[in-house]
Design a protein around this ligand. Structure first.
Ligand code: G4P
Length: 536
């Protein structure tokens, strides 16, 4: 029974560059899963097209998005957990962290624009974590790039081998549909159709006359394409997909509900159930009976009148139960949770129990930070909840010396939530905030003032990259620290971090110090990948 619960879970995220169609696809999947009844229900979840001046609106939207952070529905006898990720690029860190809590990913690519920058960055994280990915090429109702060109682009930019499992028949105004290579059926496109924009015909094989009847002149082209791609791409092997070495590719049009059900069917056939996860002392298997889980996201400010926060916990093993005591490894204390929540589209409900693969929301009054682990007593910490190199750096200047303590507390807590990263410089107690986007600074300033009564101003710094340093050569590291002390900072765990002003400087420094390793990400909390400052 317990094993069955685990085996039927599929926990995944949809990622894309803004505007590729992630929200639309999410919505269609939820419609098929019966989690929502009408289109438009998840639209409010979008954070995009906003500039820093309307960050208040963004905060409001973030408030709304908490309810749709984790959506679940049943399909084909499986319990699907879909973790939402914010679309705005300034919240990329949030997305990176959410990717640590999923077992697989669907990537949406716009066929007109091809692979865009944000998708490339997100794919880096998937590759690092060996997360299996399925690619959905969207907007086939528009004149886009040629399918072979798109596949080449995916292989080159996302650096993964692909295998198309469906193939489009023309595109744009003459888009006819797709031929499914997996189950050999023809999906005919019916633009603007009522609820499902497709008609499915089973065909014997690619030479079936049914194709000529329905596709006319396009049948020949389809046959030519299929013959070509069978020669170019290796056959689909589920094992290679699960090893994150091969990405199956589908074509469709989310807004027209075309190819979405097909995607969902395949997803439920091939996507992995919860897998084991590496922790510091050993790997944790989902079927182990004792409970473990980690916090990958903290959402604050849900109700501005209260300082409530929700910590999102991914369950890795055992069973979570309401009102049972669990061990908070970092604090060394036991906690029980009276109202753990699960999320179903926009509704939040209290749950009694949850299983590996599930994500639950725990009300928190400041005990959690990202990367925290809950267990039944075992002292483990999960690996792979990294902090990524920020791209924007600003120094914090206190503008109200009477409220220094509040400022310090606010900075600590907001960075625990993962809003941004906090770095310190030994000399002069300088505090630097690093983020992946400009928006966070407005959010931080606003929240410091309204939640902590502290005020500050930010001074831009000309750095563009932060690297965590490790070396087995302590002498060289000490020498580096001496000569480059101006650019050396420590993160919240005390790990040494080098700030660089440009890729060129970084390259130069790397060449000068081959004994030192420069890492572009670190493990939050554990600080394991970085060397502690005191050893330097
Ligand atoms: P995102 O979450 O990845 O940012 O993208 P979203 O789903 O919001 O889609 C971005 C735009 O692309 C939306 O149009 C959406 O309707 C459109 N879109 C999604 N799928 C398809 C498709 O298959 N074909 C075509 N032609 N368009 C598609 P919008 O004008 O920005 O918003 P809206 O006014 O339509 O809501």
């Amino acid at each position: 029974m317990y094993s069955e619960e685990i085996s039927k879970r599929r926990t995944f995220a949809i990622i894309s560059h803004p505007d590729a169609g992630k929200t639309t696809l999410t919505e269609k999947l939820l419609l098929f899963g019966g989690a929502i009844q009408t289109a438009g229900a998840v639209k409010s979840n979008k954070i995009k097209k906003s500039t820093s001046s309307d960050f208040m609106e963004i905060e409001r939207q973030r408030g709304i998005s908490v309810a749709t952070s984790v959506m679940n529905f049943e399909y084909n006898g499986q319990k699907i957990n879909l973790l939402d990720t914010p679309g705005h690029k300034d919240f990329a860190e949030d997305v990176y962290r959410t990717l640590t809590a999923v077992d697989s990913v669907i990537i949406v690519v716009d066929c007109v624009k091809g692979v865009e920058e944000q998708t490339e960055k997100l794919m880096e994280v998937c590759r690092m974590r060996k997360t299996p990915v399925i690619v959905f090429i969207n907007k086939l109702d528009r004149e886009g790039k040629r399918p072979f060109e798109l596949l080449d682009e995916i292989e080159a930019k996302l650096r993964i081998k692909v295998r198309p499992l469906s193939w489009p028949i023309s595109m744009g105004s003459s888009f006819k549909g797709v031929y499914n290579l997996y189950d050999k059926s023809l999906y005919l496109f019916r633009p603007g159709g009522a609820s499902i924009g497709e008609e499915v015909l089973t065909v014997h094989d690619i030479d079936d006359r049914v194709l000529d009847e329905h596709l006319g002149e396009y049948a020949a082209q389809l046959r030519e394409d299929v013959a070509l791609l069978d020669g170019v791409y290796e056959p689909f092997e589920q094992g290679r997909y699960l090893e994150a070495e091969l990405a199956p590719v589908f074509f469709g049009s989310a807004v027209n509900n075309f190819g979405v059900k097909e995607l969902l069917n395949i997803f439920t056939t091939i996507a992995p159930p919860p897998l084991s996860r590496p922790a510091d002392t050993r790997a944790i298997h989902p079927h182990e009976k004792t409970f473990s889980g980690f916090v990958f996201k903290i959402h604050a400010n849900i109700d501005p009148r209260h300082r409530d926060r929700i910590a999102f916990l991914r369950i890795c093993s055992g069973k979570f139960e309401r009102n049972k005591f669990f061990h908070h490894v970092r604090l060394g204390k036991d906690f029980k949770f009276r109202s753990p929540a699960s999320f179903l589209a926009r509704e939040k409900s209290i749950i009694e129990e949850a299983y590996p693969g599930d994500v639950i929301g725990l009300y928190d009054t400041g005990n959690f930070k990202i990367g925290d682990t809950l267990t039944e007593g075992e002292k483990i910490m999960f690996h792979g909840i990294p902090s990524f190199s920020p791209e924007v750096f600003r120094e914090v200047l206190n503008t109200d010396p009477m409220r220094s303590k509040q400022l310090e507390k606010g900075l600590e807590q907001l960075t625990d939530e993962g809003v941004a990263q906090l770095f310190s410089h030994k000399q002069g107690n300088r505090r630097i905030i690093g983020t992946v986007g400009e928006l966070q600074f407005d959010v931080i300033q606003y929240r410091l003032l309204h939640e902590y009564g502290a005020s500050c101003r930010f001074v831009p710094l000309s750095y563009t990259k932060a690297c965590w340093l490790t070396s087995t050569n302590i002498k060289k590291l000490a020498e580096f620290s001496r000569y480059r002390s101006e650019h050396l900072f420590t993160d919240k765990d005390g790990s040494l971090v080098y700030f660089s002003a440009s890729d060129w400087t970084l390259k130069h420094v790397q060449e000068e110090y081959p004994e030192i390793e420069f890492h572009f990400s670190s493990e939050v909390n554990t600080g394991r990948s970085g060397l502690k400052a005191r050893t330097a």
